[in-house]
Design a binder for this molecule. Sequence first.
Ligand code: NI
Length: 182
Amino acid sequence: MAVKKILRIGDETLLKMAQPVAKLATPELYALVQDLFDTMQAADGAGLAAPQIGVSLRVVIIGSNDNPRYPQREPVPTTVLVNPKIIPLNEVIAEDWEGCLSVPKMRGWVPRYQHIRYRAHTPSGELIDREVQGFHARVVQHECDHLDGILYPQRIRDMSRFGYEEELFKGGPPPRIEDPPA
Ligand code: NI
């Protein structure tokens, strides 16, 4: 159990394509997952990807419930995804304010698929297969982008909507933006 240092934008590990986990249910994988949990919890994250703690493997954690960094967003069940795959279910794009523990104190207005299916393994080897929308879909897409070396600023279309939280929201939390109807 350990809270790890979170790499910040500029570190080259964040730009790498992470490798698939070859073997499930190993002590090494469980130890990585515990580090991810501890680190995400300490930082109030809604998700964390292994590359953010310097491990270039396809493992992410998602999970959010009354998260102070994302007020009024619907809860996301805490789940570990190993070797996840995302399938967009239609072309509808939702935009919302997004942040990242690797891009501290900043937010950007990021387009994401509104409605996705995702599949992954749990660390012990069970299959996860979910169809989700909205904030849950956003968090999964954000975390899986980390596995492909992509940080959310690379997704922003309107760079006038990227900046420090303190300036954008005058010190408050990001405002709730309703997702468009699917
Ligand atoms: Ni992130």
